[in-house]
Design a protein around this ligand. Structure first.
Ligand code: SF4
Length: 341
């Protein structure tokens, strides 16, 4: 984890932004002062929610939303602000809703589908999405030596399986690693001839666009891989000018940019929201890829949108948007040999 401490002057901007994230203490203060940020929670509930899945919100995101209307602000923040409904657990909610643990071949290396594996590269995210499907994932230890030992085992597995051609760096968020550490991993993967494509799943560009550093772009563009960055944006208001600039730099370097969203009750379960999201993604140079149905992690039922409602929204999107702007509606089923869409 990146420690919460004062950061030095030479620290990259994104790390300073990370260090200024809001956690439980700031929200408790906010609740006590009857700030509108945590209208629905008292201090006891906030503590219980935080114990189950720690609160982390980016203060710059909250400030950016000051310019939005109330409905937009509520929809975006609903993803990240704790809600008392997280304390209601239902029997069909699971600790490992998508079967990551069963599909792990080495610690943090998940092999579910043909030709590709996913490496849990980091245990840290720039923000904590309250609907997170990995909120209870048993993240491996991440001090430097342990990371290298873990990567060693994962690399051995990848090297030995010649049917693989793609590695997905996920997490947590792979961009929580320093540029140097990420470059070290990418170089090690490059030495495995049968790996042709490198994919990164990341939340950073929408939360802290400053994470897309020139050094990161240089590492990705100079690798021999076809590189795909899959962003995670659920609402059009999460796209900023800074994000568009970062994506433009990434695309100029020959890297593909896609987006995966989750369909969330009270966030984007509305045809105008979904249409606007697809259109703004396209303007920013990002193609909509997946619209996921909620993975039933513990304490997330208040985000669920029914299959019927999801189908209606997809139908409406097909009517309003050209095909290339309609994401695939996907559900992940633990143990299945592909996503269902
Ligand atoms: S970015 Fe992904 S892994 Fe991280 S908290 Fe959000 S949903 Fe979970």
């Amino acid at each position: 984890m990146i420690p919460r401490k004062a950061v030095a002057e030479h620290t990259p901007i994104w790390k300073k932004e990370f260090a200024s994230s809001l956690h439980l203490a700031e929200l408790v203060k906010s609740a006590k002062s009857k700030d509108t940020l945590v209208l629905n929670n008292n201090v006891t509930e906030l503590n219980a929610i935080d114990s189950a899945f720690p609160i982390r919100i980016n203060s710059a995101l909250i400030q950016r939303l000051d310019h939005s209307d109330e409905d937009t602000r509520e929809r975006v923040l609903r993803q990240y602000l704790p809600h008392v409904d997280e304390l209601k657990l239902s029997p069909n909610e699971l600790q490992d809703p998508v079967g990551d643990v069963v599909a792990s071949k080495t610690q943090g290396l998940i092999h579910k589908y043909q030709h590709r594996v996913l490496l849990i590269t980091s245990d840290t995210c720039p923000i904590h999405c309250r609907y997170c499907f990995r909120r209870d994932y048993p993240y491996p230890q991440t001090n430097s030596q342990q990371i290298e030992a873990r990567w060693g085992e994962a690399l051995d597995y990848i090297r030995a399986d010649q049917s693989l051609n793609e590695v997905i760096l996920s997490g947590g968020d792979p961009l929580s690693l320093d540029d140097e550490k990420l470059a070290q991993l990418i170089h090690a993967l490059e030495a495995i001839d049968h790996i042709k494509t490198l994919r990164l799943h990341t939340k950073y560009p929408s939360i802290m666009p400053s994470r897309i550093t020139p050094e990161l772009i240089q590492t990705l563009s100079s690798s021999r891989f076809d590189v795909v960055i899959v962003l995670h944006i659920n609402h059009a208001a999460e796209l900023s000018k800074e994000l568009s600039t970062a994506v433009s730099n990434v695309r100029t370097a020959g890297i593909h940019c896609l987006n995966q969203s989750v369909l969330l009750q009270g966030v984007n379960d509305d045809i105008d929201c979904l249409e606007q999201l697809s259109r703004k993604l396209f303007t920013a140079g990002i193609l909509p890829y997946y619209l996921h149905l909620l993975d039933r992690a513990k304490g997330t039922a208040h985000f669920e949108v029914s299959q019927q409602r999801a189908d209606e929204l997809m139908q409406a999107m097909k009517q309003r948007l050209p095909g290339y702007l309609v994401p695939k509606l996907a559900r992940e089923i633990a143990g299945a040999d592909s996503k269902q869409y």
